[in-house]
Ligand binder design. Structure first.
Ligand code: 13P
Length: 235
């Protein structure tokens, strides 16, 4: 299974290093063989040679150049980063990235062989408009994306479930994952208010290959416990 921590705009460089070390010590000590990914804030990236895969939360589709406030491949290469999160709801809805821009990023980093965690998910008003409208909306987030890319992981994260403590019902997650699995055979993660209290049951669901965790992952011991749950299930 795949267990990923999106640390968003949290922790300092020093704290991120400590965090990753703690996770790795835990994985080693408990012989956890699941795939574990951590996405620290970009300023906290480092060259890293441990057991956990470190990814970037964002990057511009460029090697380098005049893109103030962005980073490109040259900056990632310095630290050996080969994993990227694309299409996160906060990039789509807070920063305003369009599907067109996401496709550019996807194609650029795919060409470079990056592992891509591509996020999809609907806002509340879309969900409330009914299942058909919701699936139509999510389908558009697949437009232009090479769903057969071998280094692709997809994360279904309903926007209204992110950071709110709300989640779809377990039945809903299974049903939506089933429909999304029909679009791509890439591993499919669930994200949105995954906590140490619900992680076990979410991980156990049919069609769930892992979880992408935000706020709860900031508690390193909670994130470690979720990795342990995944190891026990070992789907
Ligand atoms: P929360 O776990 O805080 O809901 O965030 C989920 C998320 O956005 C992971 O990418």
């Amino acid at each position: 299974m795949i267990i990923a921590a999106n640390l968003k705009t949290n922790l300092t460089r020093e704290k991120s290093v400590k965090y990753i070390k703690e996770v790795e010590n835990f994985l080693d000590k408990n012989s956890i063989s699941q795939e574990v990914l951590v996405f620290p804030a970009i300023s906290n990236l480092n060259r890293h040679s441990g057991r956990v895969t470190i990814g970037t939360q964002n990057a511009y589709p460029t090697i380098n150049g005049a893109f103030t406030g962005e980073i490109g491949y040259e900056q990632l290469e310095e630290f050996g980063i080969k994993t990227i999160l694309i299409g996160h709801s906060e990039r789509r809805h807070v920063i305003g990235e369009t599907q067109e821009m996401l496709v550019k990023k996807f194609d650029f980093y795919k060409e470079l062989g990056f592992k891509i965690i591509y996020c999809v998910g609907e806002p509340l008003e879309v969900r409330e408009a009914g299942h058909e409208k919701m699936m139509e909306y999510i389908s558009k987030q697949y437009a232009g994306i090479d769903v057969t890319y071998e280094n692709l992981i997809i994360a279904y994260e309903p926007v209204w479930a992110i950071g709110t403590g709300l989640t779809p019902t377990l039945e809903d997650i299974v049903a939506i994952h089933k429909e999304l699995k029909a679009k791509s055979s890439a591993p499919l993660l669930y994200g949105g208010s995954v906590k140490v209290t619900n992680a076990k049951e979410v991980l156990a669901l049919e069609g769930v290959d892992g979880i992408l965790v935000g706020s709860a992952a900031l508690y390193v011991e909670h994130f470690c416990t979720m990795c342990e749950y995944a190891e026990k299930l070992n789907k």
